[in-house]
Design a protein around this ligand. Structure first.
Ligand SMILES: [Zn+2]
Length: 335
């Protein structure tokens, strides 16, 4: 705890100090978020912490960010020099969660803060679930014991048996940590296997992904713009050349047909990319792509097809001074 308190103090000082402001003068911070959920407490569980932020923490985070940064739209932040004496920051959301429209958007609107949302387009307007959410929440117990018992043999058959003790564990932080570690162990399974496992889980209500009507409504507000985050959310560097072409083309075509002003910026699912992935993005005449690598954006030194971001977990959203510390670390010259 002492370590955390010191990080928070250092982070707050950094953003207030001349050195912090100067270090960030010709640079910018791109934040990466996923879900905004109703309860801060639910978001803070280990298996959700990295990808979920509670709505109250999100509200407070925006207030804190507005005091320290100029919150800008992503595209102008990448294409035009800063005219402000405050560091610039842009918000990005990955995947296209239903809660981005129902919970995050009203808070963004209240603060009049713009954001970019990157959609995994096959999921938009469908009941299909993202594998880590469907499998993770089923194992956590969100759908009851019968759902767990029907999923366990399928997971064992895919070569990834779930540790025996999970079934009898109470819904506490230990169980949540076990779910988190187990989900991480699934990442190397083929995308179709993971999707089939997710499809065998109970459907959530409301659906995980937003609808195209919600996409239209958010874009028409003038506050939100959309880009592509893969079509199937498959790890792009693991696809064959023809699968890669198809996934990227399909995602861009869906965005182009549903959005007035698609972002000329790609967002790699899970941050995975390779030389052939960036070549494919370039062929589609997109000048930028976002990675998940932690870092601060610099027009001079950032690679346009591997732009760094800073991930926002519930732990960071609940204590935004920690973000100051993370920005200071990521902004150091050796990074
Ligand atoms: Zn994603």
């Amino acid at each position: 705890m002492l370590k955390r308190a010191l990080k928070m103090a250092a982070g707050a000082l950094y953003l207030r100090s001349g050195s912090g402001k100067q270090a960030l003068a010709d640079r910018a911070v791109i934040l990466m978020l996923h879900r905004v959920v109703e309860s801060d407490e639910a978001a803070s569980l280990p298996h959700r912490n990295e990808l979920c932020v509670g709505q109250h923490s999100f509200d407070r985070l925006l207030g804190w960010l507005k005091r320290h940064f100029d919150i800008c739209e992503l595209e102008p932040l990448l294409t035009t020099p800063s005219s402000s004496d405050r560091p610039r920051l842009a918000l990005t959301f990955d995947d296209g969660w239903h809660d981005n429209a129902t919970l995050a958007f009203p808070i963004l609107q209240r603060h009049q803060v713009p954001a970019s949302i990157f959609l995994s387009t096959d999921f938009i307007g469908t009941r299909q679930g993202f594998w880590w959410e469907s499998i993770g929440e089923t194992l956590w117990g969100s759908f009851g014991l019968a759902a767990i018992d029907s999923l366990l043999p399928r997971l064992a058959a895919s070569g990834k048996p779930v540790p025996e003790l999970l079934r009898s564990m109470p819904q506490n932080a230990d169980r949540s940590r076990l779910v988190m570690r187990y989900l991480a162990s699934l990442k190397d399974l083929p995308a179709p296997t993971l999707q089939a496992l997710a499809d065998s889980c109970p459907l959530s209500d409301p659906p995980q992904a937003m609808s195209w009507a919600q996409v239209t409504e958010l874009e028409q507000s003038g506050l939100i713009r959309f880009g592509a985050h893969g079509a199937s959310h498959a790890l792009l560097d693991c696809l064959s050349p023809s699968q890669l072409q198809q996934d990227i083309s399909r995602s861009l075509a869906a965005i182009a047909s549903h959005c007035e002003q698609p972002l000329p910026i790609y967002c790699y699912p899970n941050g995975n990319y390779s030389a052939s992935v960036t070549a494919c993005i370039q062929q589609h005449a997109l000048p930028f792509a976002l990675s998940t690598r932690a870092g601060i954006y610099s027009a001079q030194s950032s690679m346009p097809y591997g732009l760094p971001r800073i991930g926002i977990s519930q732990a960071v959203a609940a204590a935004p001074a920690l973000l100051g510390w993370r920005i200071q670390q990521a902004g150091r010259p050796h990074h």
